[in-house]
Design a protein around this ligand. Structure first.
Ligand code: MN
Ligand code: MN
Length: 299
């Protein structure tokens, strides 16, 4: 299926992602939204995040001084939003077929969720198009290691389990602090590499990053930011907020460190109705930090 048949074209939008001025063919970075929150367990609303992120993106300067990167010089395309179904399985299937050509064209797909279940087809598509095996790094308050939740295999609470079972054993989760005993037992018994938000505070983010880099070796990764990794003080507009989380600076450090080795990225689980644009603003800034860090590594 050709990309333009899958994505709604931008003319339906009053707002576009700032600085996403390139056409698809020229682009290095392809941003797209998936306004789907059908399996969100506590409160829905991440369907509104992609357009809210586009809206708040107008706030930011095109120049990133830390990386000496001007977004006006980058080739970024906004493909619009994926038209989705009420069925999570069908949505994930379509998303996989939409992302695979982006990865095949050696562009870097960046998804605006939507809920976390959407990450699975993105990792799968990127993994299948990568030249070598890739790893998966996720920032999340939750393990998302359940095999199914509420009778739904592709529930947002299961995404990491399916990535581990089907795609890669090279897996790290950072910021975790919530889950039933079975998930903590499973993580420990399976030797799943995880850093709780307490670990991050005790060790310091730089030490966490250097350990993870040692663990990855030369491997590339797919990087996923479930915004509830952040403390709700920084990101209150979430589907499943969890106190005692990572700081905005922790997450920015992680993104700066891992963007250069990433072949795909997403920001998921922002539910803009529950705040006044704070979480969308931070999520969009972190997305721009990801692009700047990646682009700087290719300079
Ligand atoms: Mn999650
Ligand atoms: Mn989460």
């Amino acid at each position: 299926m050709h990309l333009s048949l899958v994505f709604l074209v931008n003319m339906f939008y009053k707002t576009e992602m700032m600085d996403a001025l390139a056409d698809y063919k020229a682009a290095r970075y392809v941003i797209f939204g998936v306004p789907f929150d059908g399996t969100s367990s506590f409160r829905q609303g991440s369907r509104w995040a992609p357009d809210e992120m586009r809206k708040v993106s107008a706030n930011f300067e095109t120049y990133n001084a830390y990386f000496d990167i001007d977004f006006e010089d980058l080739l970024i395309h906004d493909a619009g939003n994926l038209e989705h179904y009420s069925s999570v399985d069908q949505t994930l299937e379509d998303l996989y077929h939409a992302v695979r050509p982006i990865a095949r064209d050696k562009k870097l797909p960046i998804m605006l969720g939507g809920e976390h279940s959407l990450t699975y087809p993105c990792v799968k598509a990127c993994s299948e198009e990568a030249d070598e095996d890739i790893g998966f790094i996720v920032m999340d308050a939750h393990f998302d290691l359940r095999e199914e939740y509420g009778g739904i295999r592709n529930n947002h609470a299961c995404v990491s389990r399916h990535v581990l079972d089907d795609i890669t054993d090279t897996y790290v989760t950072i910021g975790v602090r919530s889950g039933p005993k079975e998930e903590w037992d499973f993580a420990r018994d399976s030797g799943i590499k995880h850093y709780t938000s307490d670990d991050v505070r005790d060790m310091g983010i730089k030490k966490v990053i250097s350990e993870v880099k040692d663990y990855l070796g030369a491997k590339k990764i797919y990087l996923s930011l479930d915004m509830d990794a952040l403390d709700p003080a920084y990101a209150p507009g979430l589907g499943t907020p969890e106190p005692f989380g990572l700081t905005d600076i922790d997450v920015r450090e992680l993104i700066r460190a891992f963007a250069p080795i990433s072949v795909g990225f997403d920001v998921v689980e922002i539910a803009p109705e529950y705040d006044k644009g704070i979480s969308a603003l931070l999520g969009t800034k972190l997305l721009r930090e990801f692009i700047a860090a990646h682009a700087a590594s290719e300079k």
